[in-house]
Design a binder for this molecule. Sequence first.
Ligand SMILES: Nc1nc2c(c(=O)[nH]1)N[C@H]1C(S)=C(S)[C@@H](COP(=O)(O)OP(=O)(O)OC[C@H]3O[C@@H](n4cnc5c(N)ncnc54)[C@H](O)[C@@H]3O)O[C@H]1N2
Ligand code: MOO
Length: 421
Amino acid sequence: MNCGCAEVVTPGLLDLFEARARLIEAAVPVAGSERLALAGATGRVLAEDVMAALDLPGVDNCAMDGYALCLADLEDARAKDCGLTMAQRVPAGAGVLHLPPGGCARIFTGAPVPLGADAVVPQERTRLDARGHVHVEGAVSAGANIRRRGEETRAGERLLAAGTRLAPAAIALLASHGIAEVPVRPRLTVALISTGDELIEPGSPRGPGQVYNSNAAMLRALLAQQQCAVLDLGIVGDTVPALREAFIVARGSADLVICTGGVSVGEEDHVRPVLERLGGIAFHGVAVKPGKPFAFGWLGPDAERGTPLIGLPGNPVASLVGWQWLALPFVHGRQGRAPAPLQYYPVVAGFSQRGARGRRELLRVVLDWTGGAPVAFLAGGQGSHMLGAASQAHGYLMIEADTHVEEGNAHGFCPVAQFLD
Ligand SMILES: Nc1nc2c(c(=O)[nH]1)N[C@H]1C(S)=C(S)[C@@H](COP(=O)(O)OP(=O)(O)OC[C@H]3O[C@@H](n4cnc5c(N)ncnc54)[C@H](O)[C@@H]3O)O[C@H]1N2
Ligand code: MOO
């Protein structure tokens, strides 16, 4: 399967990983922070380290429903074959009690272990005699089933580092320390511009030659996933004045401008010339298929003082690849997140296909695990306008430039899941 277009080798394309590194390098975190209640902080990025104010657990507490006892008393009771008297009952939420000598405590998971007890025995390993005394089966070691005060975290330790994205487990960790509010980076405002005279928004009937604007729908969803505020400037016609006006509005109101389409080489493609006039270009053209005409530059006097602009290709899958592989690490950098290395591991191809000339190809594939080890198969048509395969794919099989795919050979597989958080 291929996209049906003749292969054109474009000179001067930037290597994909070099382009990614340059975007990461250029991403200056937005200044400032705000305090948010935990309930509204999911997905946001911590602006400062968060330190533990308390030990966790707060007291020695038990990990099983059972009996807390003193090992010396147990040894004594076994020698006399009389069992331990049940001296107290300790539910979760009780205070820290003292265990009376010679007795044991009925205790429940999470309850504070009484002072004087040095082990907890699960109830399944005990037997009560007619007098209600507790007999223990098997060996018991000191400290068994006791979760020690501070064994997870000590007061003063760092819980989470600045730059951490607050996933649900991180939110739970903060809550477990009694923290109700956190300092987070401000939301990034991203201006979105869809260029193309052929574009119409979904919901209205399609005329001849018209194309529904799927890129804006996709990018709005992707930006929302990243907790960005989206300033959608809508569809802009393929003229220099229209694009110029949209760029001027965008540059004054956003931390980043993303436009799609019009970034290739035809005379209807105005992104590059307008960008050159209103700012500058850091690079244009990346050796990747799909995604080649990716552009990165700025609107304003120079890269330092200007508003960064990312020009994604119009072809929908090229746009998605440009976002996932290049724009996303830039957005993370502006949000103050630490750059995450790209994850890929070798997976065998279950198909053969000619390689792309002069650029890496990112094939949209699904993994078949029925043989025990994963084998990659094409997820569907690989044209850079074909969203079906992209919507089904488990990941990308990364084929080096000018390399044919032979069934049974391994290539780097990049799971799409890594682009979702
Ligand atoms: N002579 C050459 N032609 C092309 C080259 C080249 O090197 N030499 N590169 C090709 C590659 S690769 C790509 S990718 C496309 C990208 O071109 P543009 O970024 O300029 O995009 P457009 O020409 O505006 O549109 C391309 C295609 O995508 C559709 N499109 C555009 N915007 C949207 C949108 N918002 N939602 C859905 N679909 C969209 C548009 O209708 C076109 O079909 O250029 C090749 N050409
Ligand atoms: O083929 Mo173009 O590389 O981006 O879709």
